[in-house]
Design a protein around this ligand. Structure first.
Ligand code: AMP
Length: 218
């Protein structure tokens, strides 16, 4: 049966790293709304210009805009066997939109839908965010303190140059945490009530969290 997985958790809880690995493991597309929106900004599309105004403040991009981007992406052929959805949904309205999209996608074949909540000690997250860097070529995520590259500023995987996201500053990160608490955290109850939520202890090293994640999804 096809797998459709979504992931909840505060900014910098480790979702990006783990969902990237999971996508490779299952051979499913890793669909990450943050990256899709940043690509729109880079390409200077109309959607990108609108999204930028919200991202730069640490607020959520309007649900209709993200909804149309995600609908297009999930309707592509590579999502036929399922998807690993990272950073969507982020509000109750988005959860409803995803249900509408899934109803359409799953007309002919049922899906195994799972929501996984990254339960993490939030006191560490701000320091993770301001020290986070990613490869400008392949997107691999590093951290200056907790997961540095072997050569400073150079990606271990592809040799690309490391960059810092514009919204990974302390001020914007604090706003993103507030947005998460207000808009996204209510989804934990929402999916619990639907009986599809799995709690993942997301504290510890990347490999420890990975082992726990595999036990849930396999
Ligand atoms: P992320 O890369 O997941 O940390 O997302 C970076 C920023 O993109 C967020 O702070 C939001 O402004 C925006 N964003 C990403 N995903 C969504 C979404 N599902 N809904 C609304 N805005 C989003």
């Amino acid at each position: 049966m096809k797998r459709q997985m979504i992931f909840l958790g505060p900014p910098a809880c480790g979702k990006g790293t783990q969902t990237g690995r999971l996508a490779e493991y299952f051979g499913l597309p890793h669909v990450d709304t943050g990256s899709l929106l940043r690509a729109e900004i880079k390409a200077q599309t109309e959607n990108g210009m609108i999204a930028k105004q919200y991202i730069d403040k640490g607020h959520l991009v309007p649900p209709e805009l993200v909804g149309s981007i995600i609908k297009d992406r999930l309707s592509q052929k590579d999502c036929t066997n399922g998807y690993i959805l990272d950073g969507y949904p982020r509000s109750l309205r988005q959860a409803e939109i995803l249900e509408e999209i899934n109803a359409e996608l799953n007309k002919d074949e049922k899906a195994n839908f799972m929501a996984i909540y990254f339960d993490v000690d939030e006191s560490l997250l701000l320091s993770r965010i301001v020290n986070r860097r990613s490869c400008s070529a392949c997107g691999e995520i590093y951290n200056l303190k907790f997961h540095p590259t072997k050569v400073e500023g150079v990606c271990d995987k592809c040799g690309g140059e490391l960059t810092q996201r514009k919204d990974d500053t302390e001020e914007i990160a604090r706003e993103r945490f507030d947005t998460y608490k207000r808009e996204t955290a209510p989804l934990i109850d929402y999916y619990t009530q639907k009986g599809v939520l799995h709690n993942l202890d997301a504290n510890g090293s990347i490999n420890e969290v990975w082992d726990r994640l595999l036990k849930i999804v396999e």
